[in-house]
Write a protein that binds this ligand. Sequence first.
Ligand SMILES: NC(=O)c1ccc[n+]([C@@H]2O[C@H](COP(=O)([O-])OP(=O)(O)OC[C@H]3O[C@@H](n4cnc5c(N)ncnc54)[C@H](O)[C@@H]3O)[C@@H](O)[C@H]2O)c1
Length: 246
Amino acid sequence: MAQYPELHERRVVITGAASGIGSAVLERFFRAGARVAALDRDGAALAKVAQRYPGVLPLQADVSCESEVQAAFRRVDEAWGGPDILIANAGISLRHRFEEITLDEWNAVLGVNLTGAFLTSREAVRRMQVQGQGRILLTASTNGYHGHANYADYNASKAGVILLMKTLAAEYAPHILANAVCPGYVLTPMQRREYTDEMLEAVNQSLPLKRHADPDEVAGLFMFLASDEACYITGQCLTIDGGETI
Ligand SMILES: NC(=O)c1ccc[n+]([C@@H]2O[C@H](COP(=O)([O-])OP(=O)(O)OC[C@H]3O[C@@H](n4cnc5c(N)ncnc54)[C@H](O)[C@@H]3O)[C@@H](O)[C@H]2O)c1
């Protein structure tokens, strides 16, 4: 496992940090000695995170709510100053036929996945500009490349995240780097909620690598992108999908 000693004491805000990919990323940064702020709307899960990882700053907030996001970043300011790294990872998905999507569902998915990425990136960028450096890492998805059936709102949100990331990379170079991680199928609580065991196995068989990703494998890619090794990478989608999109 790569160590990245330069991440020691780096200030990182991770959204959706209480479950799945976000909690795997948190674990890696914690082990690297980074100063980690864990932002999530699930207060009970956050309390467990705070207990398990002493020193982690728990921030209960809804990424789609401007005032809550701003308050959370002010708490980071008070604790350590602005973040060096943002990992905008919070997301939700609903499996439903396009013609049945209600406006409330559409707004909820776009609100968390795209507006949430916007609001948290904006707060981070405002601080990183003052600092003269920073990394913005967004969790998109292979669903942002292709039209997966039954996920029209989710796919649209992730395509939006990809273009948001590219715009940030163009607008804030050379001091702020922005990239997106695009996972394929990852075995997380989100995936388990929507897929039966039979569906999970059918996905496994369809993939060249014959299995879902483990969240920790995705976390490793975030660590690399946050590290000094990735200092010449910006505006890119890094796909980690077991060959799904080949
Ligand atoms: N699991 C996959 O197969 C997969 C594939 C590609 C991309 N992704 C993306 O990875 C990210 C993480 O997904 P996961 O599979 O770990 O899901 P998960 O459901 O296990 O975790 C998501 C976390 O985000 C939090 N969250 C949800 N809405 C929030 C909000 N409004 N404000 C703050 N926190 C909120 C939840 O409380 C939870 O802790 C998402 O953006 C998802 O779209 C997942």
